[in-house]
Design a protein around this ligand. Structure first.
Ligand SMILES: [Zn+2]
Length: 297
């Protein structure tokens, strides 16, 4: 399994770090977890295209985790020319309604879709790409999932858990993916959570939000929703994961000196490997554990 970090940033504008997105290449399938603004650009930079993606999981519907959903679906539909299966999408409520409002009849992109399925020039391009009219509308196969659900693919299994983020306004999920080579858990956006400790137990890799330097959280509520580096050390230690990948960095902690302090202080509590995530960083997972970490495709 190859894990590519597509976006390790936040909602704040950054050219260095795009918003949240992760790519899991499990051989048979190419799985996206979250697809925030800029994540799709990184997907292309990683050497992949929308048509290569088979499954998309969304942890929660903060825009920095789902704004490139439209780009993924529309580019896949347009370039795929009805020759590839519809994208399979999993996420919390109301991902079904959001999908309908984006891609359905009278949805945000309906005028574009109507033009592309009926204007002759669009149909000519569609046929040149191998499509056979009549052209279908984009129709991602969306399934709303919740903590406790298990989704099985050909060679993988995703278990859904709860994150500790901005409930109850948004349902916020975490995902664990198991394949033959090992296991990776993605916290979504979360503060320290007993549920994530259980979900991530024994994983080779835990990708966890690291929004704050401990002690600088603006409030107790913020700490519960977004956590901090010492909280993450505790989660990784209790879960017994082998590698902790930090992500979702604010610019103020993504600084020389601060980075090193955070990694060192986590290492004082957590015995495993600590990785400061970067956009386009790749981790190759081969039993038993992470075999290679590299930046670039
Ligand atoms: Zn969030």
């Amino acid at each position: 399994m190859k894990i590519t970090l597509l976006g390790t940033g936040t909602p704040a504008p950054s050219l260095k770090r795009q918003s949240s997105g992760y790519l899991l290449d499990v051989g048979d399938d190419l799985i996206v977890m979250d697809h925030g603004p800029g994540a799709h650009h990184r997907l292309i930079e990683s050497g992949h295209r929308a048509v290569d993606v088979t499954h998309a999981f969304f942890s929660h519907l903060h825009y920095d985790h789902c704004m490139d959903y439209g780009r993924l679906v529309l580019q896949r539909w347009d370039m795929g020319a009805d020759r590839i299966p519809d994208l399979e999408v999993f996420g919390p409520t109301p991902i079904a309604r959001m999908s309908d409002l984006l891609f359905g009849e009278e949805g945000v992109y309906d005028a574009d879709v109507r033009a592309r399925v009926s204007h002759q020039s669009s149909l000519d391009v569609f046929e040149a790409r191998g499509g056979e009219p009549p052209r279908k509308r984009p129709a991602p196969r969306v399934k709303e999932v919740h903590a406790g659900d298990v989704i099985s693919g050909r060679s993988w299994r995703v278990t859904v858990g709860n994150a500790s983020h901005v409930q109850p306004q948004l349902e916020c999920l975490a995902f664990r993916l198991d394949v033959a080579e090992g296991s990776v858990c993605y916290s979504g956006d979360s503060g320290a959570s007993d549920e994530i400790v259980e979900l991530a137990r024994g994983c080779d890799v835990l990708i966890h939000m690291n929004h704050y330097l401990s002690g600088t959280e603006p409030s107790a509520a913020y700490r519960r929703a977004c956590g901090s580096h010492r909280d993450n050390a505790g989660v990784a230690k209790r879960a017994g994961v082998k590698t902790l990948v930090l992500t979702h960095f604010l610019a103020q902690i993504d600084q020389p000196g601060v980075r090193e302090r955070i990694v060192q202080e986590i290492r004082e509590e957590f015995d495993g490997t600590v990785i400061w995530g970067e956009d386009l960083m790749q981790l190759t997972l081969e039993a038993p554990g992470v075999a290679k970490v590299s930046i670039g495709s």
